[in-house]
Design a protein around this ligand. Structure first.
Ligand code: 5GP
Length: 184
């Protein structure tokens, strides 16, 4: 069993609240893309977005294809926010409508890099769907078209989000004890 679960974090957004919001987002997406003539290209950013992507796309009724990419960021001295593509998508996106699915938008550097890349490749449109938005932590402007929840600038875990690769499997969003300011 998971001996450390719940003892080192607090629930910020419950599983039920997450699922309710995801249903609403899916409805919005279904309405916005209702007239699409070819499949919507849904691209998840690994690994954090996978739980969100799966629950969301099960409720999206427009034709779609799914692909993934993975980034890594380096925030060293002279070039803050340099983002690299570690794993690129396999699908061609020229002339296609893209929905980028992210776990959380923090500074915005990751999203900005991906959005620019997709526009450079000639996507017909690129929209962003993010489960969580730390709006006050933003350093670079990125438009969030579909937003699950806006949260404070605190470190969160669960529902795909990790702390040292742990806690991704939690069905809710939690706040790690250190960041919540408690040790209980
Ligand atoms: P940005 O480029 O917007 O600063 O960073 C976005 C990425 O940072 C997210 O995709 C996520 O991987 C990571 N991140 C930002 N805030 C958090 C957080 O509170 N918890 C976790 N687990 N990851 C975070």
């Amino acid at each position: 069993m998971h001996a450390h679960k719940k003892s080192d974090h607090k629930i910020l957004i419950s599983a039920a609240t997450l699922q309710k919001r995801i249903s609403a987002l899916a409805k919005q997406i279904n309405a916005d893309y209702a007239d699409l003539s070819e499949p919507l290209v849904c691209i998840g950013v690994l690994k954090g977005s996978i739980f969100f992507l799966v629950d969301l796309l099960k409720q999206v009724t427009v034709p779609l294809v799914i692909d993934f990419l993975q980034t890594s960021s380096y925030r060293s001295g002279s070039e803050p926010g340099e983002v690299r593509i570690r794993k690129d998508i396999d699908v061609a996106i020229r002339g296609r409508h893209v929905l980028l699915i992210e776990d959380i938008v923090d500074t915005g550097f990751t999203l900005k890099t991906i959005l620019e890349l997709f526009r450079f490749r000639g996507a017909a449109s690129v929209k962003l769907c993010a489960m969580l938005d730390k709006a006050e932590a933003r350093e670079i402007e990125v438009p969030v078209d579909y937003r699950g929840f806006e949260i404070d600038d605190i470190f969160v875990i669960g529902y795909g989000l990790d702390f040292d690769e742990r806690y991704r499997e939690l069905p809710y969003i939690g706040v790690y004890a250190d960041s919540a300011g408690t040790n209980s």
